[in-house]
Design a protein around this ligand. Structure first.
Ligand code: SAH
Ligand code: SF4
Length: 383
């Protein structure tokens, strides 16, 4: 009987915050009261502990190419930035970086680059995935973060061994999305890609930039509702940081580092409270705003860190925003530095484990994998 009461209370605690209303979220996003926010972060951290444990999982990120066919107004490697020296790592070097992750026990890697959808690129990734799986005997969880692709491509890469995909919606407000992108970058197309990824069977991650010009706290509260409604498995969101060589830098005068850091942490905490069992990353952009930004993210409810595995020689070429940290470090230095930071928090590192999203495991076990016929996917789908 006592055990039963304990289990029920624990369950109630685990999910008691799952029903935050939009008004409550808004009021948290608007508050600047540090001591109140500390309490929120503590609650979110407790929910993280109860749901994903006292463990941080690593996703080694390999930023293998800065060649991009798109022109997002906020991004430093946008196609029209002629000051960027373009690079593409060859398969041998990408595999070498992934081998480092495998041997260091990271359990998973993220392959990220600018967006390309040409045949040669699609085939290159397909071959790379097969080689990666052969090299690791399937022991490395592979996440792709390669932007918008066709359904056929998503299927091809899934069949070749990628099981997770990270595609940030950037903002759930279509009007704001239109202000941040040229006319041929469509919110509806990005949304349709998220649906396709889920339909294909990927663990789906999305996210937004926080503290964008024109963005309101209402928008951020709507972003949280968007994540929940779309039943996502992973969240990788972070503060927006201006890049001098981008059109959006025209608004850099309004950039408020402290505010974006605070909002970044509050968004993590609110996401954890409303989606207790998803994987949430403490992203590098947090560290660009505060040397301890990623630790703060973990203490606000995140459970994933993405150590950089990009060889040092390429890091300066992958500056999505200004003041990106760790540009002169290498994978080994990043590992030691992170180990120290995480053990200082008294958290364990989930070595040799893929750290699959608990939410994904539950969702697929209960058969909640979204199956929408491709013909029904269009920009008007309401979410
Ligand atoms: N090309 C792929 C993946 C690389 S970009 C894609 O766009 O999906 C990865 C993420 O970097 C983007 O989703 C965006 O949210 C983030 N990003 C780009 N510019 C940024 C900036 N100035 N500040 C913060 N994040 C930025
Ligand atoms: Fe390219 Fe991604 Fe940057 Fe957009 S955000 S310009 S798609 S790398």
């Amino acid at each position: 009987m006592i055990i039963l009461i304990f289990i029920t209370l624990k369950k109630m605690y685990k999910y008691s915050m799952a029903s935050l209303t939009k008004a409550e979220m808004l009021s948290w996003l608007k508050t600047e009261d540090r001591s109140e926010l500390e309490k929120l972060y503590e609650k979110a951290y407790a929910v993280k502990l109860a749901n994903t444990g006292k463990v941080v999982h690593f996703r080694g990120i390999i930023e293998f190419s800065n060649v991009c066919s798109k022109n997002c107004y906020y991004c430093g490697i946008r196609k029209d930035n002629k000051n960027v020296k373009r690079y593409s790592m060859d398969a041998k070097n990408i595999l070498k970086a992934a081998k480092f992750a495998l041997e260091a026990g990271y359990g998973s890697v993220v392959l990220q680059s600018g967006e390309r959808a040409d045949k040669m690129f699609v085939a290159l990734i397909e071959k790379l995935l097969k080689d990666l799986n052969a090299m690791s005997s399937g022991k490395l969880g592979i996440t792709l973060s390669l932007g918008e692709q066709s359904e056929a491509t998503y299927k091809k890469w899934f069949a070749a061994g990628a099981k997770r995909y990270l595609l940030r919606i950037e903002t759930s407000n279509p009007g704001l999305y239109a202000k941040l992108h040229p006319g041929d970058h469509e919110f509806g197309a990005r949304l349709a890609c998220l649906k396709l990824l889920k339909k294909t069977g990927y663990q789906v991650g999305t996210g937004v930039m926080i503290g964008l010009p024109f963005q309101t706290c209402e928008d951020l509260a709507d972003d949280l509702a968007f994540f929940k409604k779309n039943d996502i498995d992973m969240l990788g969101m972070g503060p927006y940081i201006p890049h001098a060589e981008t059109p959006l830098n025209a608004y850099a005068g309004n950039f408020d580092k402290k505010k974006n850091l605070r909002l970044g942490l509050t968004m993590i905490a609110l996401a954890r409270l409303s989606m207790p069992d998803i994987n949430i990353a403490a992203t590098t952009a947090l560290q660009a705003l505060d040397p301890k930004g990623r630790e703060l993210g973990l203490l606000a409810g995140a459970n994933i860190i993405m150590p950089n595995l990009t060889p040092t020689e390429y890091r300066a070429g992958y500056k999505l925003y200004d003041n990106k940290p760790c540009l002169d470090e290498n994978a080994e230095m990043c590992l030691h530095c992170l180990e120290k930071r995480i053990t200082a928090l008294d958290e364990k590192i989930g070595y040799n484990s893929e750290g699959t999203s608990k939410h994904y495991l539950k969702r697929t076990k209960s058969g909640r994998v979204l199956k929408i016929p491709a013909s029904k996917i269009d920009s008007k789908i309401s979410i």
